[in-house]
Design a protein around this ligand. Structure first.
Ligand SMILES: C[S@@+](CC[C@H](N)C(=O)[O-])C[C@H]1O[C@@H](n2cnc3c(N)ncnc32)[C@H](O)[C@@H]1O
Length: 237
């Protein structure tokens, strides 16, 4: 079990009770969720409103299930895994209200890969790569879960001064959206580094876009600016 950092998980456990509060500590995830759901659906079906029925998706580091539930509502068969029992309980508690069919489990990616190798059409690692101790090993486990030609979606933070200013200085110290220490600058990932990790496991990068905050509309939009938050996907050989 090399792909987990217990202190990283503990940071999220301490605020897990706020997971589904739109103005709580996970406000940012709520804000970006429509954008990333639309992006994923467009890549998979050609339409942002597309029907995902028949697709098997695993959401690794699913947290409280904000993204898992949205994809379940679009018809996908979703497995959500996280390393924290507290966090998975928060996801399951919300599921009682929402009625989603997501199958939540406290499990490591490597354990699921051993049980169900190459069995998912889509693997998601959204806002989790910057919290794992060994990104290369983690991505290798993600690849082991993917069917041939399957798609790997990721979203993370670039290692730039702008990202440090926005995510750490702005998000943790000034706006206090997240507790101080949630992010470690050294764990932010340059797109070129991510591309190298993907290539090693025969995932070919297909798209990369910035997710940029627009203060006037108070919304995030896709953009060419990948200096802070970015998302994208690759396809397994
Ligand atoms: C910022 S939250 C993102 C949640 C979700 N992916 C989303 O975008 O809505 C990060 C999550 O990753 C989980 N996590 C951190 N390290 C992990 C690991 N090695 N394996 C699985 N999950 C992990 C944490 O427990 C937390 O729930």
């Amino acid at each position: 079990m090399v792909t987990v950092d217990a202190e990283e998980i503990a940071k999220f456990e301490r605020i897990a009770h706020e997971w589904w509060e739109p103005e709580g500590k996970f406000k940012l995830l709520h804000q970006i969720n429509p954008l990333r759901v639309g992006y994923i659906c467009r890549q998979l079906t050609g339409s942002e409103q597309g029907d995902l029925s028949g697709l098997k998706i695993v959401d690794i580091g699913c947290g409280g299930g904000i993204l898992s539930e949205a994809l379940d509502h679009r018809g996908a068969s979703v497995v959500g895994i996280d390393r924290s029992e507290t966090i998975i309980k928060a996801a399951q508690a919300h599921q009682q209200e929402s009625g989603s069919q997501v199958l939540y489990r406290v499990q490591a990616a490597e354990a699921l890969a051993a049980q169900r190798p190459h069995s998912f059409d889509v693997v998601l690692a959204m806002e989790v790569l910057e919290h794992v101790p060994d990104v290369e090993a983690f991505i290798a486990q993600c690849a082991a879960l993917l069917k041939p030609q399957g798609l790997f979606f990721f979203a993370t933070l670039n290692r730039t001064v702008q990202a440090w200013m926005a995510a750490i200085v702005g998000g943790e110290y000034l706006l206090r959206w997240l507790p101080r220490g949630t992010h470690a600058y050294g764990k932010f990932i340059r797109p070129s580094e991510l591309d190298q990790h993907l290539r090693r496991v025969e995932i070919h990068l297909r798209d990369l876009q910035g997710m940029t905050y627009q203060p006037l509309s108070n919304r995030f939009q896709l953009s060419r600016n990948t200096n802070i938050n970015y998302l994208g996907f690759g396809q397994r050989a």
